[in-house]
Design a protein. Sequence first.
Length: 144
Amino acid sequence: METIKTLPGHLIRRMQQQAVATFTAETQAAGFDLTPVQFAALATLERKPGIEQATLAAAIAYDRVTIGGVVARLEARGLVERSVSKTDRRARNLQLTDRGAALLRTVWPAVRRAQDQMLDNLDAAERTQLIALLTKAIHRDDAS
């Protein structure tokens, strides 16, 4: 008989809850005040400096309206700079500040520890398989 404990949606939601709790605990223990979404935004801006706010939202799978608040908080902390796009006055381009880049460099070890903790009951082969399966499930529409 099927129970809630075997439903993929329920299991994914529980894993997300555990992932956020583990990320938060590990980064706070290391002295950082950073949410997983803020980290994703900073890490993406490091790889793609100068992208528009809407592009950042798409890159980290966040809605365009809510990303504005995330960016505003990062900007208020001096981690990100926003500037008006030269090609579209309605768009905002984003750039890590030196402070943001430094924070990102120093938080990575805590983030890696959190990632390891999230899957600490899986062996290396199981971790690789889980990542592959999650990636495949997330990108199911890309196969067509």
